[in-house]
Design a protein around this ligand. Structure first.
Ligand SMILES: [Zn+2]
Length: 302
């Protein structure tokens, strides 16, 4: 049976329309899912949680300006700005913006936060080109890299003001944060460590970038990129060697944040539930066990 050309055109048009509507609704649903606010709260004297939707952002305040760690999703900026305001601070006093890694859930909002604050953005040498390109080309794993080229996982490109290597220190007045490059999840994954005061206690906070594996990695020849295995093992060592008191990470569930926040109510010193060197060590240990299993399986298949 021959379908008249006019009917074919109408069917095509309706199909295209249905696709556009479905796509628009799908994008709106994603934006809604990324905009679930969290109550901001104080962790230690000058350290605050200002994240939302399952991704962390931390504000470290100081007399000469503040530091904000991570930018969340592209939808995050208004929520973070509101959380900072709720705590009694002003986004315009944020002088330095830091990032854990170049993925859209941690770097997506950086451009807008940079615009709103006028802060300098610091990104590791290896992740900087990705953030400057709005997330494109960032994934080491081909299936994920392909997605960014069709716009999935990309985000507004931010202006990188400072590119740094391992051990760099970001300073604002008396605040000093040290960059521990812990590559693997991304090549420039940065775990920031910094001293914080909690009443009479002098503590070291460590924000673990990520030790998450995607399942596409190859740690045996040919490696996903030359040196991935050495990078990942080095990251486990680097993190193990840090004398962390306050355990933080780029996702709240990784360090039991909501439970610890609830426990603050009963604590004499509100920072107490977050002082968790054992939880910190255990998190690294579990990542190492998972990595050893993956490596052993890959070596067996070789
Ligand atoms: Zn990530």
């Amino acid at each position: 049976m021959r379908v008249p050309r006019r009917d074919r055109r109408a069917a095509l048009l309706i199909g295209a329309l249905v696709f556009v509507i479905a796509f628009t609704q799908w994008r709106a649903a994603i934006a809604r899912n990324r905009s679930i606010p969290d109550e901001p709260f104080q962790i230690a004297d000058n350290l605050y949680y200002v994240g939302h939707t399952g991704v962390t952002m931390f504000l470290l305040t100081g007399p000469e300006g503040h530091v904000l760690i991570d930018g969340g999703y592209p939808e995050s900026a208004p929520l973070v700005i509101e959380s900072i305001r709720e705590l009694g601070f002003d986004i315009k006093d944020v002088k330095v913006l830091l990032n854990s890694h170049a993925h859209p859930d941690h770097a997506g909002g950086l451009a807008e936060l940079q615009e709103a604050s006028g802060a300098e953005l610091w990104v590791s040498e290896a992740d900087a080109p990705v953030i400057a390109a709005g997330g494109r080309g960032g994934h080491q794993y081909l299936p994920l890299r392909m997605l960014t080229y069709v716009g999935l996982g990309s985000y507004p490109a931010a202006r990188v003001d400072h590119r740094f290597a391992d051990g760099a220190e970001a300073r604002v007045g008396p605040l000093t944060l040290t960059a521990n490059i812990t590559p693997g999840h991304t090549p420039g994954c940065t775990s920031w460590s910094f001293p914080v005061q909690a009443e009479d206690l002098e503590l070291l906070a460590v924000n673990i970038c990520s030790l998450k594996l995607f399942g596409f990695e190859s740690f045996v020849e040919p490696e996903t990129y030359p040196g991935l295995r050495a990078d990942y093992e080095g990251s486990l060592r680097t993190l193990r060697d840090l004398p962390a008191d306050i355990f933080l990470a780029s996702h709240p569930t990784w360090f039991g944040m909501y439970r610890k926040h609830r426990d603050q109510e009963q604590a004499a010193n509100p920072a107490e539930p977050f002082i968790d060197p054992l939880g910190y060590r255990d998190f690294i240990k579990r990542a190492e066990v998972r990595y050893r299993d993956v490596l052993a399986a890959q070596q067996q298949r070789q």
